[in-house]
Write a protein that binds this ligand. Sequence first.
Ligand code: NDP
Length: 278
Amino acid sequence: MPASIIDGKKIAADLRKDMKARLSGRSEGDRPGLAVVLVGDDPASAVYVNQKEKACREIGVNSFMHRLPGDTGRGELLALIGRLNASREVHGILVQLPLPEGIDTKEVISAILPQKDVDGFHPYNIGRLWSGESTVAPCTPMGIMALLDSTGIEMKGLETVVVGRSNIVGKPAAAMLLSRHCTVTMCHSRTKDLPDVVRRGDIVVAAVGIPNFVTGEMIKPGAVVIDVGINRVDGALVGDVEFEPALQRASFITPVPGGVGPMTIAMLMQNTLQLAGV
Ligand code: NDP
């Protein structure tokens, strides 16, 4: 029997609806505020930022957009972060990545007050996440966890394989899975016998950025498969998992598009509300 498809689009829409209801009736001055900083003209970043602005409008979050030219200097960018840190209207600050070459991303992220770090990328919040403390956590892995929870599976003790170890997806996803008592293995570009490792996974999270990297035959029968990848092939979006064959073996699987992608923005909104104390 083919896997059940996890409908991230619907789960995200339900979350946004719920947040909108929680904010309804608030005056503009009483709404959570999200500041988004976009430096340069990377087209993919511009699309993501527009989607974030749209979600803010839908839910009733005030969005403060700062579009800066690609040659913005370090001092100017840090001064803006300083003003946003001090602003009473701004509860969350997001700096859209990647930043143009020549800007030290770590320095910029570290300049955001941890209590306004809506992406959960500040070293302080990363430390709290790995220590199992409550924190504001990165949006995509939070979306992954919400999708896993939607299946109703008991995660405790399951063999979980995360393919990809980026700071924004793979590593924080591993920390969250560990905190839910999964047995977590992380794979990356130097992993030996990667297909054998993936075959052990009761849960497989693919965040590699290579189309169809995780093939159907790597999926253990009955596994839950979360495909984070967003790759453009011949004008179409495809994930990191070879979908059709994996669908035949898995118990649950996320589609691309319509799986993890919509959850990321819903979780950004959730983090904004959390930082605003809503
Ligand atoms: P990165 O490029 O930062 O990381 C990719 C990871 O994959 C690295 O850890 C890398 O290993 C590993 N990798 C690359 N090649 C191989 C290989 N041949 N074998 C094994 N591992 C390999 O990517 P991100 O984590 O930022 O993103 C991953 C994917 O998820 C992309 O398609 C991206 O577009 C998508 N994405 C989707 C989001 C969403 O909202 N749905 C949000 C963020 C990302 P190493 O560390 O050794 O180099």
